[in-house]
Design a protein around this ligand. Structure first.
Ligand code: ZN
Ligand code: ZN
Length: 343
């Protein structure tokens, strides 16, 4: 089967277009009609800077990894035509030592939607039709709201980060940086039993959203008073650093109790004068968190059965043909949290 489709393509710095291309389905996978997709920080970096970290755009690439759709054709007996599916953007190889150990997010040849990590790049999901591995399709209930289920990927990132912290029941949690991921971490840790969730951000709007998403208290990261939380070697059992900002990392170390856990989610550059001595002396556990594994299915479940309502984070919806304006609005952090494209 061959279908002509239009896709949102980035070619380098601030260079985007909607182009026409052909999609061929060979009866070995699943052909999906994309209905909706969220714009992520990495999509914005590709648009604004032509790169994410050191993944540079070297050829035109279709953006997007937070997409949901409808099955058009499939070889799988478990899926039906018309079935609604959230698409897991991860395609691990299934054969490397990490894949064989169920640590697929560490796959040495991961093919992740809309990523310039490898050359040729892996195209993303901002396209009308896409052929995916059947295993990437996670069906969801007919009654579920597409707007909500389209949060599956960022929620999976948040749940994976929460799992890195260990048992959350009754714990005191600090979250530094509450953009969409920080807010979803607040919702996830509350769902997993955290007793207290204090969220810090420089933006009042972000703090407001964190409150709506489950924070028990918010604090101004710039002008707030943290001294009480720093006493006795720190107050919080667990801190999530979600901004990648050097001052924020230092703050997380200061407010986490001795022998507590610090989960690093925000991707910053190198941090000079990293306070290693405080990690040693307080015997902190420092954990990185990157993407997700089985948490994608958990996220689809939580969203389709209303365990978490992410809609306070949805700032705007744009038709996919208006990609440029959608990216511009999404890049304005004073106004936008999550922006979705509608296909
Ligand atoms: Zn994302
Ligand atoms: Zn692998």
């Amino acid at each position: 089967m061959e279908i002509t489709t239009r896709s949102c393509v980035v070619s380098g710095k601030e260079d985007v277009s909607v182009i026409q291309q052909n999609v061929i389905w060979n009866n070995q996978e699943t052909l999906v009609e994309i209905v909706r997709g969220g714009i992520c920080g990495s999509d914005l970096h590709y648009y604004q800077e032509g790169k994410v970290g050191n993944f540079q755009v070297k050829q035109p690439m279709i953006l997007g990894h937070e997409v949901i759709g409808r099955v058009v054709a499939t070889d799988s007996p478990d899926l039906q035509k018309g079935q609604r599916v959230a698409i897991n953007p991860s395609r691990p190889c299934g054969q490397c030592k990490y894949c064989l150990n169920h640590e697929e997010n560490q796959c040495t040849t991961m093919r992740f939607f809309g990523s310039a990590m490898y050359f040729p790049h892996v195209d993303g999901g901002f396209t009308q039709y896409k052929v995916v591995d059947t295993a990437q399709c996670v069906p969801y209930a007919e009654h579920a709201d597409d707007k909500i289920v389209a949060f599956a990927e960022p929620l999976a990132v948040a749940i994976h980060a929460a799992h890195q912290a260990g048992d959350l029941e009754g714990k005191r949690v600090f979250i530094s940086g509450v953009g969409p991921i920080g807010c979803l971490i607040a919702a996830a840790v509350r769902t997993l039993g955290a007793a207290e969730v204090v969220c810090a951000d420089i933006s009042e709007r972000s703090r407001q959203l964190a409150q709506e998403m489950g924070a028990t208290q918010t604090v101004d990261a710039k002008n707030g008073d943290f001294t009480a939380w720093e006493e006795e070697k720190g107050y919080f059992d667990i801190a999530f650093e979600v901004s990648g900002n050097a001052a924020s990392v230092q703050r997380c170390i200061a407010v986490t109790r001795a022998r507590g856990v610090l989960v690093q989610v925000g991707m910053g550059g190198n941090i000079p004068d990293f306070p290693l001595m405080n990690i040693i002396a307080k015997e902190l556990v420092l954990k990185g968190s990157f993407r997700f594994t089985t948490e994608f299915s958990t996220a689809v479940n939580w969203l389709s059965n209303n365990t978490i309502n992410p809609l306070p984070l949805l700032s705007a919806e744009y038709p996919f043909t208006d990609l440029e304006n959608a990216l511009k609005f999404a890049g304005d952090k004073t106004r936008a949290a999550k922006v979705q494209l509608v296909f």
